[in-house]
Design a protein around this ligand. Structure first.
Ligand SMILES: NC(=O)c1ccc[n+]([C@@H]2O[C@H](COP(=O)([O-])OP(=O)(O)OC[C@H]3O[C@@H](n4cnc5c(N)ncnc54)[C@H](OP(=O)(O)O)[C@@H]3O)[C@@H](O)[C@H]2O)c1
Length: 252
């Protein structure tokens, strides 16, 4: 690990938006700790990787206590960011086909683990350190897309949890007192050319009758590249003076 004074913990660095974000932060001299099941294949002196399954709560708790706590409390950091980026896209069937085990797993990966990480990091990072939390959201957090009920639900809940976290930062009832210089960003990256999009357009319309928009995104050239949608995230976590909760969508 190198000598920079800014730490970013980024989930889902083995693919897509998370990989692009980690690469951009490393180029800007952030120390980056990536978390995913697969290796990220990033060779950089400021990068280290924690292999963890966000669907395994006990495993994540062990990582938080054994790896993240000593790291996040290191006195060298002037700024710590958590980017909850990792997610899965869901069963791609209507809610009438809900499999409760599959739904519970998706909610653990997309909602429970990110909320746990938000709370853990907010409660661990020293009060004098600038704290920035980013939850990668989706249009599906605020609009009802048929066939994406599990994913919509998971992103809506994460968005609200970010709002509550920010309200707690600003509450004088917060154990430990107000958390100053802390802010949460809920960011919709738009439609991005990643393996998640590939999976979403790969099912036949018999399997996923609501899948045509995903095929159209590709055919009509509407997909953004991951490198092109991360600027607002790097700007937010590097910046000062934001409101405790900020929400934006790529491109406006
Ligand atoms: N692509 C889009 O159009 C789009 C649109 C709106 C929002 N988003 C959001 O953007 C974020 C990134 O998505 P992406 O498009 O970059 O997808 P992606 O290429 O499929 O990457 C997903 C990342 O999440 C990690 N991940 C998934 N399940 C995990 C688990 N159980 N434990 C640990 N890590 C796990 C994956 O790592 P491993 O497989 O190695 O574990 C991978 O690094 C997600 O929150 C997604 O909802 C994407």
């Amino acid at each position: 690990m190198g000598s920079s004074d800014r730490l970013a913990i980024v989930t889902g660095t083995s693919s897509g938006i998370g990989a692009a974000l980690a690469t951009a932060l490393l180029a800007d001299d952030w120390t980056v700790v990536g978390m995913a099941r697969r290796d990220a294949g990033i060779e950089h002196p400021l990068y280290s990787h924690i292999a963890v399954d966000l669907g395994d709560i006990d495993g994540l708790k062990r990582v938080a206590v054994n790896d993240l706590r000593p790291l996040a409390t290191d006195a060298r950091w002037e700024r710590v960011a958590l980017v909850n980026n990792a997610a899965i896209s869901g069963g791609k069937h209507g809610l009438e086909g809900t499999d409760p085990d599959e739904l519970a797993h998706l909610l653990i990966v997309n909602t429970v683990s990110p909320i746990y990480l938000m709370g853990f990091i907010a409660g661990t990072v020293l009060p004098a350190v600038a704290l920035r939390i980013v939850n990668i959201s989706s249009g599906a957090a605020v609009r009802a897309f048929p066939g994406l009920g599990d994913y919509c639900t998971s992103k809506a809940a994460l968005r609200m949890a970010g709002m509550v976290m920010a309200a707690e930062f600003e509450s004088d009832k917060r154990p430990g007192g107000l958390r100053t210089n802390a802010a949460v960003f809920s960011y919709e990256p738009g439609v991005v050319d990643t393996p998640m999009q590939t999976a979403s357009r790969s099912k036949s319309l018999e399997e996923f009758p609501w899948g045509q928009p995903f095929k159209d995104f590709k055919e009509q050239g509407l997909l953004e590249q991951p490198e092109d949608v991360i600027g607002e995230v790097t700007e937010f976590i590097s910046g000062d003076g934001q409101d405790a909760f900020v929400e934006r969508r790529f491109g406006g």
